[in-house]
Design a protein around this ligand. Structure first.
Ligand SMILES: [Zn+2]
Ligand SMILES: [Zn+2]
Length: 501
């Protein structure tokens, strides 16, 4: 579907390239491409592709674009593809900056955040224009492309382009940056038994629309007490190109991507440097299965973000296909906690075991970085242990970093379970729920038990933040929400699953 559209556009641009007098190894004069898009174009082609030629020997490519923002009624996103396929999952993807950057520079050694550095292959590239919003009068977009010849290619293996990057000789004396797996911080593993670890699972940096570098983000998270942080910029993982990240001991760094489709957003955690999960899927497109499948093949955990957000295209309108393992039930920036909890219950009552998570979706100060966070009960501070614990529902979503993780245990006979675990019980069997939330001491905390989507009346904790509750088993699931006296969500557990004998 993309090929036909690109072919229709290319005539104008090839003329522009011919007029620019492209010769191998020579810089070209900047040339501009202007296109007008209507609301109908947005419906028929949410992503538009503008081809342009990059001559052989190019060392630096600059692409900038401008359009009338019409007081926010026009929003156009930018991405780049090098020569190759434009199909979903293509390896020709070179980077994405959404609406955050008006100009992008790529060279072998460095790039604008959001784009991969490396050789610039000659041939037909494409600027991706994402028509996020188009005013009823339409939007005219001008893309300007400027190339500059590179220095003589270095002899293979002789030049280090970036600290900690390993060079791999490729064709014609060019070099390619190879992801250096030694940057992975799993060396901080401390296999000293299971414990609650605090994590930030949804964080933005300068590699998308965040305001701080990856290293600054990690320092802020460390100062707030986080044990691990997943960096989840929109539609790229290029933060992995930041060599300074490898020098940090703590917090543990997990490579993520916020896959930002026109039908909702999802985080993928556990990717590697250079990995990318495509995002160009319209709400009714069945290829959402392909995206989730691709994320899983890369070893990633796919978790829906802010499913009930009302911002355009942010709420989840895709099917929740097999392979989705998590859903963000609390997100400080979007704040539709009640609706997100209802969305989660709709999945749980069908028998699916999808883990509820929370994170602040942090972009910038002064927003608090911890306004939603997770406590994960993991064997070790390693990516593998943490993602395994999340998959198994060993997660409590909390409202603030400074509050202690509450203990909520469900007992039936001689069995005991915390969130994510199962109890084998007959219908009507007696159960005891023990709650101990030290941080709710003196705060008039309340507990709401949710059984198979049905919410019980709130029950008060005592002055110590404790409660013992007797209940009859109702096979299915049982989860808990704790509230502070100001009505804010203090904690939400994952379900204890009640399985008939
Ligand atoms: Zn989002
Ligand atoms: Zn986000």
């Amino acid at each position: 579907m993309f090929g036909a559209r690109a072919a229709a556009i290319s005539t104008t641009l090839l003329v522009a390239a011919a007029q620019a007098g492209v010769e191998p190894g020579r810089s070209t004069a900047p040339h501009s491409i202007t296109r007008h898009f209507t609301p109908a174009d947005r419906v028929s082609g949410r992503y538009q592709y503008l081809p342009f030629d990059v001559p052989a020997g190019t060392g630096t490519l600059r692409v900038s674009y401008q359009y009338d923002r019409a007081n926010g009624n026009n929003v156009v996103d930018l991405g780049l593809f090098e020569p190759g396929s434009l199909e979903i999952g293509t390896r020709a993807f070179r980077g994405y900056s959404g609406g955050a950057k008006a100009a992008v520079t790529i060279s072998a050694a460095e790039t604008t955040p959001g784009y991969r550095p490396g050789p610039l292959p000659a041939g037909q590239w494409h600027a991706l224009l994402g028509l996020y919003k188009v005013d009823e009068r339409g939007v005219t977009v001008t893309v300007t492309v400027d190339t500059e010849a590179g220095a003589d290619p270095p002899a293979p293996g002789m030049v280090r382009l970036k600290p900690d990057a390993t060079l791999q000789p490729v064709a014609a004396g060019m070099v390619r940056l190879k992801p250096d797996t030694t940057l992975r911080p799993d060396a901080t593993s401390r296999p000293d038994g299971a414990r609650w670890l605090m994590g930030a699972l949804h964080m933005h940096t300068l590699h998308s629309d965040g305001t701080v570098s990856p290293v600054e983000l990690m320092r802020l998270a460390r100062d707030a007490g986080f044990d691990f942080v997943a960096i989840t910029d929109h539609n790229n993982t290029t933060h992995t190109d930041d060599p300074a990240l490898g020098n940090l001991d703590r917090p543990l760094w997990i490579v993520g991507e916020e896959v930002t489709t026109p039908g909702g957003h999802a985080n993928v955690w556990g990717l590697k440097a250079g990995d990318w999960v495509d995002f160009r899927i319209a709400p009714e497109d069945r290829r959402i299965n392909d995206l989730v499948g691709a994320a899983r093949r890369l070893g990633g955990l796919f978790s829906i973000n802010h499913p009930a957000s009302e911002c355009a295209g942010c709420g989840w309108s895709h099917e929740v296909v097999d392979g989705v393992e998590g859903v963000e039930i609390s997100n400080g920036r979007h704040g539709e906690v009640e609706k997100a909890l209802a969305f989660w219950d709709q999945l749980l009552i069908t028998g699916r075991r999808i883990t509820g998570v929370g994170s602040s979706d942090w972009h910038a100060a002064p927003n608090p970085i911890d306004v939603a966070n997770v406590r994960v009960y993991a064997d070790a501070l390693t990516e593998e242990a943490i993602l395994s614990a999340i998959r198994n529902g060993r997660v409590i979503v909390m409202g603030r970093a400074r509050d202690e993780t509450p203990e909520i245990i469900v007992r039936a006979g001689d069995q005991a379970a915390r969130g994510g675990q199962a109890l084998t019980v007959a219908a009507g069997a007696p159960m005891v729920v023990e709650v101990n939330a030290a941080s709710l001491k003196g705060r008039h905390g309340t507990l709401v038990a949710v059984t198979n989507g049905v919410r019980a009346a709130a029950v008060s904790l005592d002055e110590l933040g404790q409660l013992t509750l007797r209940q009859r088993a109702n096979p299915g699931y049982l989860r808990f929400e704790l509230y502070a006296d100001d009505g804010s969500l203090f904690a939400a557990t994952n379900p204890v699953y009640l399985v008939r004998p």
